[in-house]
Design a protein. Structure first.
Length: 187
C-alpha cells in the first residue's frame, strides 16, 4: 500500500469511532486543509470542541498540522492520508475493540448515507450526463465467503485503477462499495 492509504490499528480505530471526528476527517479529505474554527462553523460546532477532536485525530496520525498555513494564533489541519482501510476480522476479534469497531462502522455508514442523500437532493441541478453517470442500485447473489472476498478485492483494484490527478471538466466522485451477507442465507 502506498502512503495515500492508512490501515486502522487499535489506536486509530478508537480515534475514528466518534462521528464528529469522522466528519472532520472527511471534510479535510474532500475540501483540503482548514482551521478548527472554519470546520466548526461548517458543521455547527464550537471551535474549542472541533479543535479538541482534531487533536485526537492528530494523536492517532489521521490528521497533521499544515505548517505552511496560518500563524501562531491560527492552526491549520490537513488529512494525513486519502484512504482509510480496516482489517475488520483482526480488530473485531479483540473483545476490547468490539465496541470501537461497531462505532466506527456505524459512523462511516451514516456519513456515506448522508453524502448520497445530499447528491439525491441536488440531483435535478446536476447536468444530465452526471445524472446518467451516477448509480444507486443493489444486486443480490449467492457467493461463498471466498468468492465475496475475491469480488471485494477485484472491485477495489478496479476502483483504484481509475485514480488519477484531476483534469479540467472533472467532477470529484464518491464511490461506495458494500458487500454484506444477508442473514437468511447463512447456515
Amino acid at each position: 500500500m502506498d502512503e495515500r492509504w492508512v490501515s486502522l490499528d487499535a489506536k486509530r480505530l478508537r480515534a475514528m469511532g466518534h462521528p464528529l471526528r469522522l466528519r472532520l476527517l472527511g471534510l479535510l479529505r474532500m475540501d483540503g486543509p482548514s482551521t478548527a474554527t472554519a470546520l466548526g462553523r461548517r458543521i455547527g460546532e464550537n471551535s474549542a470542541n472541533t479543535s479538541w477532536h482534531l487533536r485526537q485525530l492528530a494523536e492517532a496520525g489521521m490528521v497533521v498540522e499544515d505548517t505552511e498555513r496560518g500563524n501562531r494564533r491560527e492552526r491549520w489541519w490537513a488529512a494525513a492520508h486519502e484512504v482509510t482501510t480496516m482489517e475488520v476480522e483482526q480488530l473485531a476479534a479483540d473483545p476490547e475493540l468490539a465496541g470501537s469497531v461497531g462505532a466506527y462502522l456505524h459512523a462511516a455508514n451514516a456519513l456515506q448515507y448522508e453524502w448520497m442523500g445530499n447528491f439525491i437532493s441536488e440531483l435535478p441541478s446536476w447536468p444530465q450526463e452526471w445524472q446518467r453517470a451516477s448509480e444507486l442500485s443493489d444486486r443480490r447473489m449467492c457467493l461463498s465467503a471466498e468468492q465475496a472476498q475475491e469480488l471485494t478485492e477485484r472491485m477495489a483494484e478496479l476502483i483504484e485503477s481509475y485514480h488519477r490527478e484531476p483534469e479540467p471538466g472533472d467532477a470529484e466522485v464518491h464511490v461506495q462499495w458494500r458487500l454484506a451477507p444477508l442473514r437468511r442465507y447463512l447456515s
